[in-house]
Write a protein that binds this ligand. Structure first.
Ligand code: SF4
Length: 223
């Protein structure tokens, strides 16, 4: 495989080039499989301690079992400080069938650690596409590009322990796993509403037939 051409980095990026690159990354996210993507200013990234509180109360099955979930993932305070250092991000969504996300069977299977392989496959896109866009931006010279995706434990390491939280060990999939937006304290629902995307509250008691579609979201901080 031909390697990527190295670029000189560290200089100010002219605004017109930055805007053109952001649009390119937005389009790339859609080409790779996202339903839609938007270029947003980072003041539209909503960080709220209550989101992270929902990881703990009631305790999520992912809590404490992965390096990319609380308490290991960045805290809301860290996320706020980090996001505040960036100007622009690509916010992306993938619409999915709601039947794999709502209803009592979904909750029961989650509690028992059983994951529907088809659903897992669909959800992987929301980890892999932001990581791919991050990589594209990185090799273009945006060396601080940073992606957030979905819950990596379910998608890559179901049934085995997270290696990254073992002393002296490292992540099995460092180029594909990223913290989910929620695990870092981002209010994805609020952000979707801000950009005009409809998002539905889905729980174990929700009738899947009442949900037009489920939504998975990712974010890449660019510059
Ligand atoms: S991909 Fe696996 S090893 Fe890496 S952080 Fe996630 S759970 Fe841990």
């Amino acid at each position: 495989m031909e390697g990527k051409k190295a670029v000189v980095v560290g200089h100010e990026v002219p605004p017109e080039r930055l805007l053109a690159d952001l649009e390119r990354y937005r389009q790339e996210a859609i080409r790779l499989g996202m339903t839609d993507a938007k270029v947003i200013a980072t003041d539209q990234v909503v960080v709220d301690e209550r989101v992270r509180g929902k990881c703990r109360i009631p305790l999520c099955v992912e809590y404490g079992v992965s390096a990319n979930c609380p308490p290991h993932s960045p805290t809301p305070a860290e996320t706020r400080a980090l996001v505040g250092r960036y100007q622009y991000a690509i916010f992306m969504k993938r619409e999915v069938k709601a039947d794999g996300m709502a209803g009592p069977d979904v909750a029961k299977n989650l509690m028992q650690g059983k994951f529907d392989p088809e659903r897992t496959q669909r959800m992987r896109a929301v980890l892999e596409i932001p990581a791919q866009v991050e990589s594209m931006a990185f090799y273009d010279g945006y060396y601080l590009a940073l992606a957030y995706g979905g819950a990596c434990k379910i998608m890559y390491c179901a049934g085995v322990e997270c290696q990254a939280i073992q002393p002296g060990q490292h992540c099995r999939f460092p180029y594909r796993s990223r913290p989910s937006m929620e695990s870092a304290g981002m209010d994805v629902f609020r952000m979707c509403a801000q950009v005009g995307w409809e998002v539905y509250q889905i729980g174990s008691q929700t009738d899947p037939a009442s949900v037009p579609c489920g939504l998975l979201a990712g974010l890449v901080l660019i510059q």
